[in-house]
Ligand binder design. Structure first.
Ligand SMILES: Nc1ncnc2c1ncn2[C@@H]1O[C@H](COP(=O)(O)OP(=O)(O)OP(=O)(O)O)[C@@H](O)[C@H]1O
Length: 605
């Protein structure tokens, strides 16, 4: 049984939905009646709209419900084009998809620029104004009476009959789902998932939060627009009622019930709601209540919706089957560190105040390639603030920060990451629902070479980037000794391994400078050994390593150069020997007397 399960799991995951699509395609030819065929058509139209919502809500974490307005834009663009004589469905799809994309961009740019809940509010407003906009252009749209007299669609001059139209809807849905799937399984999809959980982590990995969210929202508009075109040509009549607020609730309920963080969740949710609503003869009266009930059940009973439930059952079955068959992960041999090109990082007179608190005052440091530069000092002395300034999270009040002579102060954090500066966080920032391997591969985003377009269409640059990123992630995992855990959920790792995972992620993009913020705390002896040897190998390979660390003995063993911060200023600078023999540093600021240090009690925490 276990062996059979593993064999089935070895089948590429995309084959299952494709098989379902193939079955749907042939159903009318096997005698499916008109009523059921229509339900499938409406389900697929709803699924396309939900798919767009899932992209922004489930992947990018942005509650943006404007899909119904984009659906309306697609439908009316197609209807009006049709009345102007454009009956060709392919041209209409282009026009309707384009119209929806424009609505997505127009509402997304200000909504996202303003931040916080603005996009949710903008898109909510967008749904409410649909009937008013249609009334304003009553002459063209028919206002509240709707747009009637749409001619049946054609394809390259040929009339499309009912059955062919069904096949067309199914085929278009398969293609759109496949393209969006390509996006979500690409590095851009992983970037969205990271972004949803931690914009700070995302930007430290070179992801532009604004651009990624806008991409998800705007791309999500296109399936909704396509759905609108398909709907307009299905009934040959559209009216504002079809795009009302209650329908927006249905879309949201389908997304939550099916599982917003899954593209197939869109299909599951749409099917449940479409067929569920059909069973309720009173739907028109109680539509909002029914949608609300699905929303509650989906949100409360199982987080992640039905698709999340299925996914977790499959994962459990995988683990059980592997245990029964006796498959153990094979640890990879420790990887060699390739030659690295570090860069000289220099801060000159950097200052930062938070209100009246002068956290940093005229700090000048230099970190050379092929050297470990340590920054130490008591709690609150400004070490993390300095790292945050270097990595672009805080703006400098004064002073400059240069990378190989190029100023990087003032750049946003994702640009600093792309310039070659990578970092770890004091509290490991581990994205949920990613495997260890995916979390490390996500680190490659700073040097991502495949565009969203190339990823969706799987152009050669996508395959090349994927090969390279996978190899880089495998290498980074092997460097920190986590290859055996590659398929485990990243957030299930114990603290020590989480720190090593952060280091691996920060190395995946082959940065020039790596900022390690207290990576040693919480590591056991074996893990500390792995880390120490890794830092040495990185340094020997030419990387610039900046180490913020409380473990003084580790700093003495690893550092080539040490800066001691006190109350936001550099109070000493020198080699480990110089720092160790500086009594003021040892006693006054690190609280280590000559005797405790000799006894090895150098960790001042
Ligand atoms: N975002 C912030 N807003 C206000 N004050 C801050 C902020 N970040 C840091 N500070 C203040 O700046 C000073 C330096 O803090 P910082 O975290 O850089 O010290 P640290 O040396 O890294 O300390 P630790 O070793 O405890 O991490 C502290 O007084 C801290 O309270």
């Amino acid at each position: 049984m276990a062996a059979l399960w593993l064999k089935l799991r070895a089948v590429p995951g995309w084959l299952w939905p494709l098989a379902i699509g193939a079955v749907l395609l042939v159903l009318p030819f096997l005698g499916l009646n008109y009523g059921a065929t229509r339900q499938i058509e409406l389900t697929l139209i709803l699924a396309l709209i939900v798919l767009g919502l899932n992209l922004s809500l489930g992947y990018a974490g942005e509650l943006a419900m404007g899909q119904v307005a984009m659906y309306a834009a697609g439908a009316y663009a197609a209807g009006l084009a049709n009345k102007a004589g454009v009956t060709d469905i392919w041209l209409q799809l282009l026009i309707g998809g384009g119209a929806a994309l424009i609505v997505g961009l127009i509402s997304g740019i200000p909504g996202l620029r303003l931040g916080s809940w603005s996009l949710a509010m903008t898109s909510f407003f967008l749904i409410l104004i649909v009937p008013d906009v249609l009334s304003i252009f009553k002459e063209e749209t028919g206002g509240r009476n709707g747009l009637a007299g749409i001619m049946p669609a054609t394809s390259f001059g040929q009339m499309i009959d009912g059955r062919t139209y069904y096949v067309l809807i199914v085929a278009i849905a398969i293609v759109v789902f496949a393209l969006i799937r390509n996006l979500v399984v690409s590095d851009h999809g992983t970037a969205l998932r990271v972004l949803k959980q931690s914009p700070v982590l995302a930007s430290s990995m070179g992801i532009s939060v604004f651009r990624a969210k806008l991409t998800a929202y705007a791309i999500g508009a296109v399936p909704a627009g396509i759905a609108g075109v398909l709907f307009a040509n299905l009934d040959l009549f559209i009216s504002p009622e079809a795009f009302a607020f209650s329908f927006a609730m249905t879309v949201l309920a389908a997304s939550i019930f099916g599982g917003s963080a899954s593209i197939y969740g869109a299909l599951i949710g749409a099917a449940v709601l479409q067929f569920g609503m059909n069973q309720s003869t009173n739907f028109s009266k109680f539509g909002l209540i029914i949608s609300g009930a699905f929303l509650l059940i989906g949100g409360v009973a199982f987080t992640g919706g039905l698709s999340g439930l299925v996914r977790s059952l499959v994962r459990k079955a995988d683990i059980a089957a592997k245990r029964r068959v006796g498959i153990e992960p094979v640890p990879a041999a420790p990887a060699d560190v390739e030659r690295l090109d570090g860069a000289l990082l220099r801060t000159d007179g950097v200052s930062k105040a938070f209100g009246g608190n002068q956290a940093l005052s005229k700090v000048s440091i230099e970190a050379a390639p092929g050297a470990v530069t340590a920054i130490i000092g008591p709690n609150g002395s400004g070490k993390t603030t300095l790292l945050n300034m270097i990595s672009g999270f805080y703006r400098t009040d004064a002073g400059t920060i240069e990378l190989d002579g190029r100023p990087i102060q003032g750049l946003s954090s994702y640009r600093v990451a792309r310039a070659g500066v990578s970092r770890t966080f004091q509290t490991p920032n581990i994205p949920e629902k990613l495997t260890v391997f995916e979390a490390v591969q996500a680190g490659c985003y700073a040097t991502e070479r495949a565009s969203v377009f190339a990823s969706v269409l799987r152009l050669p640059s996508f395959w090349r980037a994927r090969r390279e990123n996978r190899a880089a992630a495998e290498r980074a995992l092997a460097l920190v000794g986590l290859s055996a855990q590659r398929d485990e959920p990243a957030d299930s790792l114990p603290l020590g391994n989480r720190r090593l995972l952060e280091v691996a992620r920060s190395l995946a993009a082959s940065p020039q400078v790596v900022l390690l913020d207290e990576v040693a705390s919480g590591l056991d002896e074996d893990e500390l050994e792995v880390l120490e040897s890794l830092v040495r190998r990185l340094r020997d390979a030419g990387m610039t390593v900046i180490l913020v660390e409380h473990n003084f003995q580790l700093v003495l063993r690893l550092a080539d150069d040490i800066y001691v911060l006190a109350q936001g200023a550099v109070m000493a600078h020198g080699t480990p020997e110089q720092i160790e023999s500086n009594p003021r540093v040892m006693e006054e600021y690190l609280g280590v007397t000559a005797e405790t240090n000799a006894a090895g009690g150098g960790d001042h925490e």
